[in-house]
Design a protein around this ligand. Structure first.
Ligand SMILES: Cc1ncc(COP(=O)(O)O)c(C=O)c1O
Length: 391
């Protein structure tokens, strides 16, 4: 296969990891065959034996995803959570300790506190914008430092290479894994900043059209990749060939979509920052965001997610998010259409009141996944939705 590594991201998103096959198919065919013929009991006709372990459509996607993340071993899963679960399973065993950012996707938080805790894994949640707090939380038995940057839903930014340095200096030298879902590999590549594993919900920006669930992890560490293969094969949450095809198709336009997401999000963040009914805007692209400098240094641009706090009650906030006409009131993020949601009663409802407070999520918080429509139309939509409730 031609080495595409010298090409820029925009070129690799279309060409990396796949070349026309023996039939000349320019797009990887969907191989529905579950099983692959052997030449003899000890020799397969191809590298594939059984689809749960490997499948030609998935191999093409795994290679492309690895290339875009700047890593060697890419593996795709049936959802982002399946990929995250695989990271935790590969890195943790009974008696281990995890240091995790306190502002995590709710299900990642729940997986650690309600599932892995029952297998004897202990977790300390820290303010992941504070490198000293992360360094101080690392113990001799810390096996994993798990981060999400930008974080969901408060858009906090963690200095990835700063964390990598702290971990390398610690006796336990924990694995550093980063959930890169909010950034996508176009905006941020944690492996290039020294992380050991990058994990991502491909359901969001990479696939980009709200029509497929998928997840991936990428690493340069062969030992981790081998453990991941054992887990993937035996737990069985690998991505189906048809879903691989959909992710493959969506990923070809990632760079162009991300550029529009970023431009629109910046325009909306600036509009909201000047709005009388908005008490706070969370967007790392704004100069007054507390981690703006770190974001500028480690991201190519600031992404399509914007959160805001309204001067409004829980009920008024719920009415406002129901009033938008273009922004669909729905969970998820990262697709071409704009979405709006209220984290406390929606995406983060599995967190208790105390956990919400500890994570700094107020009931009047609204999260926007800014799509690629025209930003003037999106701004007008938000303006009318707020006006109808707060006047
Ligand atoms: C930051 C983050 N990580 C992981 C996930 C889980 O991804 P999936 O829904 O594909 O399982 C999500 C889902 O919203 C997310 O926002």
């Amino acid at each position: 296969m031609t080495d595409r590594s010298g090409y820029r991201f925009e070129t690799r998103q279309i060409h990396a990891g796949y070349e026309p096959d023996a039939e000349g198919a320019v797009v990887p065919p969907i191989y529905n065959s579950v099983t692959y013929a052997y030449e003899s009991p000890s020799e397969g006709i191809s590298e594939h034996r059984y689809t749960r372990l490997s499948n030609p459509t998935r191999t093409a996607l795994d290679r492309r995803i690895a290339d875009l993340a700047g890593g060697q071993y890419g593996r795709t899963f049936a959802s982002g959570m399946a990929a995250i679960n695989t990271v935790f399973t590969a890195c943790l065993s009974s008696g281990d300790h995890v240091v995790a950012g306190e502002n995590l996707y709710a299900e990642s938080h729940t997986l650690l506190t309600r599932v892995f805790s029952s297998f004897g894994v202990e977790v300390t949640f820290v303010d992941a914008t504070d490198l000293t707090a992360i360094g101080d939380a690392i113990r001799p038995e810390t096996a994993l430092v798990y981060l999400e940057t930008p974080s969901n839903p408060l858009l906090t930014i963690t200095d990835i290479s700063g964390v990598v340095d702290r971990c390398a200096a610690a006796e336990s030298d924990p694995v550093v894994a980063v959930d890169n879902t909010f950034a996508s590999p176009y905006l941020q590549r944690p492996l290039e900043l020294g992380a050991d594993i990058v994990v991502e919900s491909l359901t969001k920006y990479v696939a980009g059209h709200s029509d497929v669930m998928a997840g991936a992890l990428v690493t340069d560490d062969q030992d981790i990749a081998e453990k991941v293969d054992v887990i993937a094969y035996n737990q069985g949450a690998t991505l189906s060939p048809y879903d691989c095809f959909l992710v493959f198709r969506g990923a070809k336009t990632l760079a162009g979509r991300m550029q529009t997401h970023c431009e629109n999000a910046m325009a909306i963040a600036e509009f909201l920052a000047d709005h009388a009914a908005v008490s706070q805007v969370y967007y790392p692209g704004l100069a007054d965001h507390p981690n703006h400098d770190v974001a500028t240094a480690q991201m190519h641009d600031f992404g399509g997610m914007v959160s805001l706090e309204l001067d409004a009650s829980l009920e008024e906030t719920s009415q406002i998010v129901t009033n938008t006409e273009l922004f669909e009131l729905a969970e998820s993020l990262g697709a071409v259409e704009s979405l709006i949601e209220q984290p406390a009663p929606m995406t983060h409802r599995t967190l208790s009141a105390e956990e919400l407070e500890a994570a700094g999520i107020p009931t009047s918080l609204v999260r926007l996944s800014v799509g690629i429509e025209h930003h003037d139309d999106l701004i007008a939509d938000l303006d009318q939705a707020i006006e109808r409730v707060l006047g």
